[in-house]
Design a protein around this ligand. Structure first.
Ligand SMILES: Nc1ncnc2c1ncn2[C@@H]1O[C@H](COP(=O)(O)OP(=O)(O)OP(=O)(O)O)[C@@H](O)[C@H]1O
Ligand SMILES: [Mg+2]
Length: 370
């Protein structure tokens, strides 16, 4: 091709391509070294780019955004995109680059080291079934709606419920040893539920394998350097999983969910004790299932008693971030993958959860560590 006077330069095209992100990896295709060749002439630009895997489900998106960006340059009349596939060596180099160059000695990816801005919040309870996953899903959605970049690790390997609650299905893409989280509404999600052939499948693993699965979810998943909040939905009870998190993520904070009755909050205190033992800071308490108001504006029935969340918060010396009422819309939202903060943003439960998310951000601001 013959380069005309008003054709853009290679540098200009490359600069424009800097704005094209790989939709899964959240990084510029230029920084990922995916652009291999640029040919310019007669108002026509040909971009040769390499995808990580041949079956890349988002290839159309990449092609479209390359075309859009290059077409925006003066003098460009036509854009052609040729996509190839990386060789194993090129992929390996990319995975290294994604991990931030060298691995941290403790096998922590760069984004989770002490100077990374990402804040990790493990959501725990003493008892099962108090609404940890529901609260996690809603906080994640509330923050994503507020423009935060959010990830969720479903650490409940046996009883995973995050995929259903957030309405995320599918299989994560693997680039060599690195898993790309699935995404919905901008929330990056990883769950054992994505790795099993069907949802009813049982995982029969022992402790060490659970530990390994969780470490894999933390270290071998490309959460992205730009991630601001990473929630970890813990399985019921205390113990091993908290220990794994504390070891792998020394800067994680814990949020405790409890129901209002005294028995529940004293069990929840065990979760706090566990956090203390492993040096994890408890940042707050959320009380869930705090009364039921069958008729809006009418009397409230304290189905599960009263005041347990506040008592626990006082005992721990941390703020109570909210008392979330029992609301059919909360349960339905969880069942159909539309958390209440998204499906019924004006309901009392949604308001309280959104306010809790706002206070959480205040307590655990990104980029700042106590
Ligand atoms: N505020 C609420 N109002 C109505 N239903 C709720 C509320 N919070 C949670 N639920 C429902 O209660 C059930 C248990 O909630 P969830 O699965 O979030 O609890 P969990 O603590 O994560 O449980 P597990 O310990 O098994 O992981 C779910 O069916 C959920 O939809
Ligand atoms: Mg759960």
């Amino acid at each position: 091709m013959f380069r005309r006077r008003h054709d853009p330069s290679k540098e200009q095209v490359l600069e424009a391509l800097r704005d094209v992100q790989d939709p899964e990896l959240h990084k510029s295709i230029v920084d990922l070294d995916m652009v291999r060749e640029i040919t310019i002439g007669d108002g026509r630009v040909v971009v040769d780019a390499l995808l990580t895997i041949s079956g890349c489900p988002l290839r159309e998106t990449i092609v479209a955004s390359i075309k859009e960006k290059v077409r925006g340059l003066p003098g460009v009349e036509q854009v052609e995109v040729n996509l190839g596939v990386m060789s194993p060596d090129q992929r390996q180099a990319l995975v290294q680059r994604l991990r931030g160059g060298e691995m941290h000695p403790a096998k922590i990816p760069a984004f989770l080291t002490a100077d990374s801005p990402t804040r990790v919040i493990a959501v725990a309870s003493g008892k099962g079934g108090v609404g940890k996953s529901t609260v996690t899903a809603n906080l994640a959605v509330a923050l994503a709606i507020a423009g935060r970049r959010v990830g969720v690790i479903d650490a409940d390997v046996y009883g995973f419920s995050i995929p259903r609650m957030l309405g995320v299905t599918g299989q994560p893409t693997a680039i060599d040893q690195m898993l790309i989280p699935l995404e919905r509404d901008g929330i990056r999600v990883m769950s054992m539920g994505f790795l099993l052939p069907d949802e009813s499948e049982a995982v029969v693993w022992r402790g060490p394998m659970l530990h390994k699965a969780l470490v894999t979810f933390i270290t071998e998943v490309h959460w992205g350097d730009d991630l601001e909040y990473l929630f970890i939905d813990l399985p019921p009870g205390t113990g091993d999983v908290s220990l794994t998190i504390a070891q792998t993520l020394p800067h994680a904070s814990m949020l405790i969910v409890t129901t209002p009755q005294p028995a529940a909050s004293s069990v929840a205190q065990r979760a706090a004790k566990m956090a203390e033992k492993v040096n994890m800071e408890v940042v707050g308490v959320i009380e869930n299932m705090s009364g039921f108001t069958p008729v809006p504006g009418g009397p409230t029935i304290d189905v599960f008693g009263r005041g347990g969340g506040l008592r626990l918060a006082e005992q721990l010396g941390v703020p109570l971030l909210g008392e979330v009422p029992i609301d059919l819309a909360v349960r339905e939202g969880s069942d159909v993958g539309e958390p209440v903060v998204k499906a019924h943003p004006n309901s009392p439960a949604a308001r309280i959860l959104r306010e809790a998310a706002r206070r959480l951000v205040e307590l655990v601001p990104i980029g700042v560590r106590a």
